[in-house]
Design a protein around this ligand. Sequence first.
Ligand code: ZN
Ligand code: FE
Length: 253
Amino acid sequence: MPLTIHQFPCLSDNYGFLIRDEATGQTACIDTPEASAILRELEDLGWDLDFIFNTHWHPDHAGGNADIKAITGCTIVGPKEVTRIAPLDREVGHGDIVELGETAFQVFDTGGHTLGHITYFDAADRIAFVGDTLFALGCGRLFEGTPEQMWDSLQRLAALPEDTTVYCAHEYTASNARFALSVDDAPALKARAEQIFAARERGEWTVPTTIGLEKATNPFLRAPALAARVGASGKPDAQAFAAVRAAKDNFRG
Ligand code: ZN
Ligand code: FE
């Protein structure tokens, strides 16, 4: 594979990702949850950082930008909203292409968690960095956007090839699984939840996931099928999604 991905834990439940285009050696960091951890990993790998690619402005995604740029001199790429907390070198939005050596990432608008949230998709390798839009068995909270906006964003991701590898920014999967089981009794979900609980017992990561797995088991992508169970029967899909999201916001499991 021409893209090497190095994943590591940051803060309490974030993942950091360092990626390298093997053809050229160009290297990027997806978000900057924790500057010290990212700089240490770069040193261990012996990689020089060329870029930061931000997904959204939240401090656990862009808070390390300034410190990492000061030390590496990297170029910072991201959606305009990141300038709320740190300067950008290149502002990108839906339809733009971001190149890392010979690897090309398509930028998708996936707003909802924040208004300007974006996703980076490498179509050749079928790899997506989705930040806090889609999680394994979950999705981001609607801090800024509407249910309609988030539903559209999730549909954009659901339309990607089923074997797309999805790198989400947090390890929330076990608690997401407990909620999912409270609204859905699909056999595929039950089987996956068992695997997730066992993996977390062993201290293993449940990220990355795939689009196919999420379409089969994620209650937010399955919202239309769950509408009656969450009290949104007969309403449009975005309303079913809104009902599942509200149920999760109130879930104490
Ligand atoms: Zn966030
Ligand atoms: Fe986050």
